[in-house]
Every structure is written in structure tokens, then in C-alpha cells.
Design a protein around this ligand. Structure first.
Ligand SMILES: NC(=O)c1ccc[n+]([C@@H]2O[C@H](COP(=O)([O-])OP(=O)(O)OC[C@H]3O[C@@H](n4cnc5c(N)ncnc54)[C@H](OP(=O)(O)O)[C@@H]3O)[C@@H](O)[C@H]2O)c1
Length: 305
């Protein structure tokens, strides 16, 4: 059941979301919050649209993820969650940043923290809940020459400077690999017993290159300049605008778009939502199961769902 009736005549669906304070997520959050029958709870590390209910969340700290999950459960009381949107993401021009838990920050924020949040909120997801995880087509070596051809979660979490590429290429590779992890996390959830029993719908959403968000804020000037140029020729390239990318995320999160049978990867191409196969590696069950177990160990969960 998609609606939770807690009071007579008060059908309300609850959506919990990360990454709703800027870029395409902010557009989606506003769209979702505008729905009169929807309660949106946002996890954010800084100021947010004042009309949206927000709890503190810093994905660079696993302790903050635990506090956020606790706070959500307290706020919701006996209400269940009908939608979970894991959209927050970052990109650095290197792999030099570490979180307070000691992980490489791109991997920690884009994947590990979201994995922990998913695990903590899983028992509170309602029958038929929707889970949307924002990934990227950069995960696929066919679309991105720097896309991952193999997966070693341990190396992503604790990169050793000498054995890895450095600088901008290292940062971009780490980002692409973290987005592969998001896809594998979506598949891991979709194939779990819990998801089957509770008939969850799971979507891994690729907005495609979307110029005009804050994702590239840490990039060097030359790279941001190049991105700005791409933005100028957007009408020719048919890249989606921030609004279009955000609208599609909102439509997925609100269940306005239903995935075709057997499909989970929603990819915005030429401004239209398509349902292709993800990369070869993203389809490998060994990679999916390995990541699931390694992630559980890294975040300190002994019995992941
Ligand atoms: N833009 C693209 O070309 C593109 C392409 C494919 C996929 N994506 C994916 O789309 C998603 C949204 O990206 P965007 O382009 O809209 O980027 P964005 O404007 O930078 O938005 C990123 C969101 O993540 C939040 N966030 C980042 N670090 C956080 C942290 N430590 N704790 C809590 N929240 C944090 C940001 O919060 P603040 O407001 O506090 O910074 C913001 O709300 C990401 O998952 C990204 O990987 C983007």
C-alpha cells in the first residue's frame, strides 16, 4: 500500500531524501514537497528551503547518518516511509580527502553513507515503498573511458596513493566507481528477500551530464570553464537542464513513472527517460554481493538485510 492512513481522512505518503538542497535534487525536493499528500523529510548539512522539513545530515560522518536515521524515526513515530531518495553526491578533482571515519570521501559520501542510511531505514519502509538512488552513466566504460572495469571496494575506501592514478583523473575515476557502487547497491536491494517480500520498487537514476548544478564546484578553473562552455551549447547537445533532470527525479520518487518489468536503471538521454542495461560490471552478481558485504563490514553492521 503506498499510502499510510494514520488518521481518518489523512492519507499521507512520507518521502525521506538526501541531496535536496542544491542542483537537480533541490528542484526535485520542491516538486515533491509541493504535493499536498506528501510529507518530505530532507537530510541536509546546511540551510534549506524553509518550507521543507529538514533534519541535520552530514554524509561525511557515519555518526551523523545514524543520528539522522534516529531523528527520522523519532519524527515519524509509527508512520512508515513510502519513498527513499538517495540523491546527494560529490565529486573531487583528486582522491586526497578523507572522512572522519578514515574513508576516501567520494566513496564514503556517494556510496557508504547511503548504504548505511538504507540499512538503518529499511525496517521502516512500507509495503510497496519506492527507493530511488541517483547514479551516473559515468559508471559505464562504454559511456566514459575512465569508467570502472573492475571493482575493489577496499581500494576505493582506502586508496593507496602510489598504486592509483593521481590528480583530476583519480578524482573522476573515484566518482565513476562510486556511481557504479550506487547501481550495485540498487541491484543488491532489488534482489534482497526484504525487497521482494515488501514489493519495493527500486530505481537507479542517471540524470546524465547536467550543467548548472554545484557538482563541479571543487573542479579546477579550466574544468569548470570547459563545463560552462558545454552549458552554452546545451540546446545543440540536447543535454537536460537542471529543471528537467530534477523533474524526472521527482516523477520517479512520486511513482508517476513506473519502471518497465525487469528494469531498474533509468537513464535520461536526449531529455527522455530510457531504461537501458547498466554496465557489464553493474550486472555482475559477484560484484554486487561482494560490495554489499564489504560495505556492511565497513559501516560496522554485522547482519545487513
Ligand atoms: N550534475 C551532473 O552532471 C550529474 C550527472 C550524473 C549524476 N549526477 C548525480 O546527481 C546527484 C545530484 O548532483 P547535482 O549535480 O545536483 O549536484 P549538487 O548541486 O552539488 O547537489 C549535491 C547535493 O548533495 C548534497 N551533499 C553533498 N555532500 C553532502 C554531505 N556531506 N552531506 C549531506 N549532503 C551532501 C549537497 O548538499 P549541499 O547543498 O550542502 O552542498 C546537495 O544537496 C548526485 O548524486 C550526482 O552524482 C549528477
Amino acid at each position: 500500500m503506498y499510502f499510510k492512513h494514520t488518521d481518518e481522512g489523512d492519507p499521507l505518503k512520507t518521502i525521506v531524501m538526501t541531496g535536496g538542497t542544491s542542483g537537480l535534487g533541490e528542484v526535485a525536493a520542491r516538486q515533491i514537497a509541493r504535493n499536498p499528500d506528501t510529507r518530505l523529510v530532507l537530510g541536509a548539512r546546511r540551510g534549506r528551503p524553509s518550507t521543507i522539513e529538514t533534519l541535520p545530515l552530514d554524509l561525511t560522518r557515519l555518526a551523523s547518518v545514524r543520528e539522522f536515521a534516529q531523528g527520522v524515526m523519532q519524527e515519524l513515530g509509527d508512520r512508515l516511509i513510502n519513498g527513499l531518495v538517495l540523491n546527494a553526491g560529490i565529486q573531487f578533482p583528486n582522491i586526497d580527502q578523507r572522512t572522519e571515519d578514515g574513508f576516501e570521501t567520494t566513496f564514503a559520501v556517494n556510496h557508504l553513507a547511503h548504504y548505511l542510511l538504507l540499512q538503518l531505514l529499511l525496517p521502516r519502509l512500507d509495503q510497496g515503498a519506492l527507493v530511488v538512488i541517483t547514479t551516473s552513466d559515468t559508471h559505464d566504460p562504454k559511456a566514459n573511458p575512465m569508467g570502472p572495469k573492475e571493482l575493489d571496494p577496499e581500494l576505493l575506501a582506502y586508496p593507496q596513493a602510489r598504486s592509483r592514478p593521481t590528480g583530476f583523473s583519480a578524482g573522476f575515476r573515484a566518482y565513476a566507481a562510486s556511481k557504479l557502487c550506487d547501481l550495485l547497491m540498487a541491484r543488491g536491494l532489488a534482489t534482497s528477500d526484504e525487497a521482494k517480500a515488501k514489493r519495493f520498487t527500486v530505481v537507479a537514476y542517471n540524470p546524465g551530464l547536467t550543467v548548472g548544478t554545484s557538482l563541479f564546484r571543487a573542479w579546477p578553473l579550466w574544468a569548470r570553464f570547459a563545463m560552462g562552455t558545454v552549458g552554452l551549447i546545451r540546446p545543440i547537445t540536447r543535454l537536460a537542464t537542471v529543471d528537467q533532470a530534477g523533474q524526472n527525479l521527482a516523477d520517479l520518487a512520486l511513482g508517476r513513472i513506473t519502471p518497465p518489468a525487469g528494469r531498474l536503471y533509468a537513464s535520461l538521454v536526449n531529455r527522455r527517460l530510457t531504461w537501458p542495461e547498466p554496465s557489464e560490471l553493474a550486472r555482475q552478481d559477484d560484484a554486487m554481493n561482494g560490495l554489499w558485504c564489504d560495505s556492511a563490514r565497513m559501516v560496522g553492521l554485522s547482519r545487513p538485510a
